[in-house]
Design a protein around this ligand. Sequence first.
Ligand code: IPD
Ligand code: CA
Length: 265
Amino acid sequence: MNYTQIMAYVKDLAHQAGRIMLAAHDEAEKTAKTKSGSANFVTAYDIAVQEHLIKRLRERFPEAVFIAEEKDNDPSLLEREFCFVIDPIDGTTNFMHNYKCSAISIAMVSHGETVIGVVYDPYRGELYHAEKGKGAFLNDKPIHVSERCSEQAVVALGTSPYYKDTLAEKTFSLARDVYCRVGDLRRTGTAALDLAYVAVGRTEGFFEWILSPWDHAAGVLLVTEAGGIVTQADGSPTVLSAPCSVWAGNRMVHAVLIDAAKRYC
Ligand code: IPD
Ligand code: CA
């Protein structure tokens, strides 16, 4: 089976998962439980989406292995041929608040390399997909990062909310520095869509000090396949084997974000 066939199946699954999310209406918060870290929650819908995705992927690809937000994980699985990295609901806090800004993120990693990325926003009906070497798409139309320079740039930041104790100072001090060098800042509450928005050129950059692999696996492929650049804050490649910083942008804005981070690295 080639990657294009796998992509078609994954896109269909993302739509199915979106329907599970939309069925929550404003009831999600009632099902929430706390997780480790500050302000970190899981709802019954996160679990239901994850279970649905893993079940359906296992049916179709019996050899598949999984790294997913709501389960224990083994990073050595990234080296297998079919490893799916799943965030069932990215933007769980938004989801609990019925803020309608959350997404499903599914990546496929083969022998350590991300080859498929799908991010689906069921509220806007927007499905982003990228296959390694074949470009990035929104609802099947090719997308590209914007050419806006830093003065015109809108840059999204993630606040690493589960690491407030250690990262609040560094996040907001850097945010002030970046704010003075770009047009304006945004905070959406979903890293997967932050990266998708860089890919489609709605924003010019994104940074967050700590993200987990499921937050950024699919989005990183979207940005790079759309002509953008993604690294860690110190310019080194992002990793999926452990949490890491994620610095993304078009070429000009990525350079500005890397320069701004130097004081903090
Ligand atoms: C979170 C979102 C948020 C980011 C956090 C992530 P979750 O994912 O992507 O934007 O700031 O660092 O953990 O917990 O909603 O899946
Ligand atoms: Ca997430």
